[in-house]
Design a protein around this ligand. Structure first.
Ligand code: UD1
Ligand code: MG
Length: 467
């Protein structure tokens, strides 16, 4: 005979997300507020997926359109709860989509840091027909449902703060809201719930008492760390959860050998792939998808959005890089601004107050000071003098600048696109170039120095005495 263990059973995961989130004081549905740049609900869904459920059901109340649009690539079964009549009512709304033979995990959309590891422990500890409750002992259990146990330590019921008596309020073990229970039990118990309590709500927690009445065992498990079950109801709790999350990520990277100089001043709002000997200094914000190859160093106060940075490249302090690909051995910054479509080949040097957009900069070329390079293709070994500007925009259209290998552009030059500076050309300082410059020649467009013996310096007009 083959025994069916609890782990073999098909799993449905129900995420409760119908609460309005009034305390966030925001137009956005609460579960779309982010932790680490990702909506809270996306964290919960990602964790849920690692448990291999047959389906993920989200019970929503507000902003259905916005929610569904934000999760259009996910296979989610959406269930609407039009009026929020309590957690028991919310789960009851999902009953029609829960197959009778499934086990069900109930999660909250506003408890984003719950780990797959803790949920797996809860699943493993709960026999097939039992009810598993994730509980936690809190110093300050205020506002939460208390776990009431009998003299043998068996769970009898869960009482909400507002319905609890003085003795029950002394209990420090609280309900996190996370349950494992068979769908067939839910089908039997949820219709029996009533709303005769202080909040006039259908409490999911009342299924515990119904389980006890039916001799169904109750198993409790604690999360690995307390912050896993931190619920986010306001901005303060959001930033607390954010710091826990960042600390967790930074610790994981430190263990992988990435030097994050201060894990308290590290912010990853997307994904990071970092190879060995990468160093990330303080106050760096990483957004989108970031790839840092071996030995990359990111200086303090840099912002990187969707960047791939090659081996040994150094990004110095206060640089802002968005949509950029950089080769190996390059130096960027301090105070560089690289905008989308910037590609730097190997050993390129970009200095302070240089802005580059939608341009390719060839091997070992240097743009070291105060320049704007836009819509440009630049060859190798080019030197761009301070204050050079590619004039790529005539107010209506954008034009390309091509700068071939070994070109030298003198300081304070303007290159009026479309224009091509041919191989080895030199542009004299202060030139305004609006025609293609020939190979290996000097192009000089500025007025040469003029002198005048008759010129006099202007003098201040004397102030007339008032009479
Ligand atoms: C609930 C638990 C409490 C537990 C606490 C943990 C009940 C009755 N109480 O209390 O024991 O200690 O969570 O945080 O279950 N939701 C809906 N529809 C509703 C009501 C709630 O989807 O009608 C969702 C909310 O969006 C939220 C979750 O369920 O994600 C919990 O709701 P909340 O109102 O915060 O429950 P609490 O009263 O805090
Ligand atoms: Mg709550």
């Amino acid at each position: 005979m083959i025994m069916t263990t609890a782990l073999d059973m098909d799993l449905s995961i129900v995420v409760l997300a119908a609460g309005q989130g009034t305390r966030m004081k925001s137009q956005l549905p609460k579960v779309l507020h982010t932790i680490g740049g990702k909506p809270m609900l996306a964290h919960v869904v990602a964790t849920a997926k690692t448990l291999g459920p047959k389906q993920i059901v989200v019970v929503y109340g507000y902003g259905g359109q916005t929610l569904k649009a934000a999760f259009s690539d996910e296979a989610i079964t959406w269930v609407e709860q039009t009026t929020q009549q309590g957690t028991g009512d919310a789960v009851a709304k999902a009953l029609p989509v829960l197959p009778e033979n499934h086990r069900v995990i109930i999660l909250y959309g506003d408890v984003p840091l719950i780990s797959a590891q803790t949920l797996r422990r809860l699943l493993n500890a709960t026999p097939k027909s039992a009810v598993g409750v994730l509980t936690v002992n809190l110093q300050s259990p205020f506002g939460l449902g208390r776990i009431v146990r009998d003299e043998n330590g068996a769970v009898k019921r869960i009482v909400e703060e507002r319905d609890a008596n003085d003795i029950e309020r002394q209990i420090h073990e609280v309900n996190t809201g996370i349950f494992v229970v068979e769908a067939k039990h839910l089908n039997r118990w949820l219709p029996q719930l009533n709303n005769k309590n202080k909040q006039g709500e259908y409490y999911l927690t009342d299924i515990v008492q119904l389980a006890v009445n039916d001799n169904v065992p109750i198993v409790t498990v604690h999360p690995s760390v307390e912050h896993e079950v931190l619920g986010v109801n306001d901005r303060l709790q959001q930033v607390e959860a954010e710091r826990h999350y960042q600390r967790f990520i930074a610790t994981a990277f430190l263990k992988e050998g990435v030097l994050i100089c201060d894990p308290l001043r590290f912010d990853l709002r997307g994904t990071l792939q970092a190879e060995s000997d990468v160093k990330i200094d303080v106050n760096v914000v990483l957004e989108g998808d970031i790839i840092l190859r071996k030995g990359v160093q990111i200086g303090p106060n840099c912002v990187l959005i969707n960047c791939e940075i090659g081996e040994g490249t150094i990004v110095l302090a206060n640089s802002h890089l968005d949509g950029v690909k950089i080769g190996s051995g390059a130096i960027v910054g301090p105070f560089a601004r690289l905008r989308p479509g910037t590609v730097l080949a190997d050993k390129v040097h970009i200095g302070n107050f240089v802005e580059i957009k939608n341009s390719f900069i060839g091997n070992a070329s240097k743009i070291n000071h105060l320049s704007y390079i836009g819509d440009t293709t630049m060859g190798q070994d080019v030197n761009i003098g301070a204050g050079t500007i590619t004039c790529n925009y005539d107010g209506a259209n954008k034009y390309q600048t091509i700068i071939e290998d070994e070109v030298h552009i003198g300081s304070d030059s303007q290159l009026i696109a479309p224009v091509r500076i041919r191989k080895g050309a030199t542009i004299g300082a202060g030139s305004t170039v609006n025609k293609d410059a020939p190979e290996y020649q000097l192009t000089l467009t500025q007025q040469l120095n003029q002198r005048s013996k008759s010129w006099e310096r202007p003098k201040k007009t004397p102030v007339q005495d008032k009479e």
